[in-house]
Design a protein around this ligand. Structure first.
Ligand code: BGC
Length: 709
């Protein structure tokens, strides 16, 4: 339709119809019974009304959605098709590694491709919009949703968010095999206090702008069609009713003109937050703040019409919201073809096809992070004992695997048996080891202990106060390592775990994350040596839970402690019982080879405001195997009108080098990269001295200095 035709349609619609376009209901409303029961009954809707809403949540399957679309279009006075939206976060039927793992790939193209495949599968199943990417920055592993974040760094998060949007939407979400992308949760949901889900976020405006907003902005700039509000309050206002945030920052400052949807019942929850008197007041505040679609609360459906009639909400505000929804439907091509790509044939052909399974395998291998290796990997043992109940668990896909085809999940046991043909494995799927098991462990050439957390430990509302292993797993490790020092730990999980004892004593540690449907095959590729590990931590692994929140991008304090000095020093900024630095820093990860960096060279040590300088290093593969290195660029601004972080990631390049090979890697530095929110909240670079680091992780000391003049 043309813009004029859409406007004409809007003019023709009654107030009720307009309101209905702004309502999203889930599958509970569409059962076979004529009566709505349970929570659905609380919305006081007739069954007929439920078929007139503008969008539906979490329903999927081509045949089912075509039938629903028919019903909706015949119930609709103007036969407006519905949008079907769902959480396709790390895959639809074929699961990919969870986002914290995807972040660890440091490979935006890989991440784009996972989204492209997910979109193909979801589109064939009739889905039009996915609630992804989650662009929330996370520096707190207590928060179960850190699993859905690309990690602790604004630049990495931005690159990955943009890559996902591009993967889902391509150039145009209306094209075949594409879905519209809804980034979330605006804003700063990842900063919930104490890592407790739904808790308040208390941030300075500067931290919000510098660290938390860039990834959402990257999603906007990549063309994301939708944005979702966050559950939390920010500066004491629930994000979902914050005009300052939604109209002021998201629309006006960031230039977002797509559809804004609330999170699930978040408008209703404004009342519980005590930010609105009742659901009517909440509806008024949300629509005036800029929320177009009400996901799963009864606030809009029961109050918007009345609010317009009473003049408390202007019809112009309503019309703008409805127009945005109609425009998105139009972009998706639904007025021409309301089923879009829904096709039973395509579902059969595309979903879970060999290509998708192969990419699931490959992406898990690229995301896994080798944390320690005393030579146990690649595994050359003739006989290995694999202990741990997770070795045959299928619960390794991640929280958002409700749609996944579980029948295709490859367990670690299956994968090791299939891929590591030169090793004879014995599997003990238990987290306890009796004397017999310990005797077998003592006699094995190597032991692989499968520890960590399955997918039920991370995700929404899965916060915890202790990110170390549970007592049974700790004891299992102690028992086994005492009989066989050639014991490596394979870690599953969606959060960084505090494992200082394991880091000290294990012969090797491989972080596998929650690797997805065929992911364990990729893990086995690493264990067998077919593939060299190349993942780098997207979140610091803490020494202990009490270090949270933690990031490499910290500040000096007035009494800094020199981290190379061990132990507690009174009256300095440090802990009595733990170091300040994490166990494994951001950007860290080992490979099957070693790399050497030349000192950093600069084309000139003076950068002008409009100029650029080139910073370079020569990276050499000094080992005897081909390997992949993630070359990372960090910059420290030595002085500013406000205190500046000790370092910030400003670029990264992933390179593959043959044994003995070397490459010259360079980064172009411009003043734009040095901008920050100064004392007057102006986003600008300030003249002065900078240190630039290039190395293999965030703790590198390979540096050079330059001046911005
Ligand atoms: C989550 C969102 C999700 C929505 C719809 C909410 O509980 O916070 O991330 O998109 O549910 O399933």
């Amino acid at each position: 339709m043309t813009e004029n035709e859409l406007k004409k349609l809007l003019e023709d619609m009654t107030l009720t119809e307009k309101t209905e376009q702004l309502v999203q209901l889930n599958g509970d409303f569409y059962g076979s019974s004529e009566e709505l029961t349970g929570p659905a009954a609380a919305f006081h809707l007739t069954k007929e009304q439920t078929y007139r809403v503008g969008s539906i949540l979490s329903e999927h399957g081509a045949a089912h959605l075509k039938e629903m679309q028919d019903k909706i279009m015949s119930a609709q006075p103007h036969h407006i098709p519905a949008m079907f939206m769902a959480d396709v976060i790390h895959g639809y039927k074929t699961s990919f590694p969870v986002p914290i793992a995807l972040g660890a790939s440091f490979d935006p193209e890989l991440v784009r491709k996972t989204a492209e495949i997910s979109a193909k599968e979801a589109a064939a199943a009739g889905i039009h919009v996915t609630f992804s990417p989650m662009s929330d920055l996370s520096r707190d592993g207590r928060w179960g949703r850190c699993m859905e974040s690309f990690g602790e760094d604004p630049l990495l998060n931005s690159k990955m968010s943009a890559a996902m949007v591009t993967g889902f939407q391509g150039d145009n979400c209306g094209e075949k095999g594409k879905v519209a992308s809804c980034f979330k949760h605006f804003a700063a949901y990842g900063a919930v206090q104490s890592g407790r889900d739904y808790n308040v976020a208390e941030l300075s405006e500067r931290t919000l702008f510098e660290d938390y907003l860039p990834a959402y902005k990257a999603a906007v700039d990549a063309g994301a069609e939708m944005a979702m509000t966050a559950f939390n309050t920010l500066d004491r206002v629930p994000c979902t009713v914050s005009k300052k945030l939604l109209r002021g920052i998201l629309r006006d400052k960031m230039g977002f003109d797509g559809v804004i949807i609330s999170d699930y019942n978040a408008i209703g929850e404004a009342v519980i937050h005590s930010a609105a008197d009742d659901s009517r007041d909440a509806a008024k505040k949300a629509i005036n703040a800029g929320v177009d679609i009400d996901m799963m609360s009864e606030c809009y459906v029961n109050n918007l019409e009345d609010l317009i009639n009473s003049g408390e909400v202007s019809e112009k505000v309503l019309d703008e919201a409805v127009m945005r929804v109609l425009r998105l439907k139009n972009k998706l091509g639904l007025f021409e073809d309301p089923y879009k790509d829904a096709s039973e044939d395509d579902e059969k052909r595309i979903i879970g096809c060999d290509e998708h399974m192969a990419f699931s395998r490959r992406s898990a291998a690229e995301c896994a992070v080798m944390l320690k290796n005393n030579g146990i990997f690649p595994l050359r043992a003739k006989k290995a004992l694999v202990i741990g109940k997770l070795c045959e668990s299928g619960e390794i896909l991640g929280f958002w695997s409700f749609f996944a085809d579980k029948s295709k999940t490859v367990t670690l046991r299956d994968a090791l048996t299939q891929v590591c043909a030169d090793t004879e494995f014995e599997f003990i799927p238990s987290d306890t080891a009796d004397e017999k098991v310990l005797a077998a462990a003592g006699n094995a050439d190597a032991v692989l202990l499968v520890l960590g957390e399955d997918q039920t430990f991370t995700g929404e509302a899965r916060s915890c106060t202790d990110v170390s292993l549970d007592d049974a797993q700790k004891k299992l490790f102690d028992d086994v390592i005492s009989v066989n020092p050639n014991t490596a730990v394979l870690l599953f999980g969606g959060r960084p775990l505090a494992i200082p004892e394991i880091a000290e004593k294990a012969a090797g540690i491989l972080e596998m994350w929650l690797p997805g449907t065929a992911g364990c095959l990729g893990i086995a590729d690493i264990i067998s040596g077919k593939v060299s590990p190349c993942g780098r931590l997207s979140m610091s692994f803490p020494y202990c839970t009490g270090q949270y929140p933690i990031s490499y991008s910290a500040f000096s304090t007035g009494r800094p402690k020199d981290n190379s000095v061990k132990g507690y020093i009174p009256f300095l900024s440090n802990y009595m019982d733990a170091p300040n630095i994490p166990l494994y820093p951001f950007g860290y990860g080992l490979t099957y080879t070693s790399f050497e960096y030349s000192p950093v060279t600069l084309s000139t040590a003076e950068l002008t405001m409009n100029g650029s300088i080139t910073a370079g290093v020569t990276v050499t593969n000094t080992g005897d195997k081909q390997g992949c290195e993630t070359v990372q660029l960090y910059i420290r601004d030595l002085k500013g009108s406000v205190v500046r972080p000790l370092r910030e990631l400003k670029g990264f390049k992933k390179i593959t080098l043959e044994a003995g090979g070397s490459a010259d890697i360079s980064f172009e530095i411009t003043a734009d990269m040095l901008r920050f929110y100064g004392i007057d909240m102006e986003f600008a670079a300030e003249k002065g001295d900078f240190v630039l680091y290039i190395g293999g992780d965030s703790s590198t000391e390979n540096s050079a200095e330059f001046k911005l003049i």
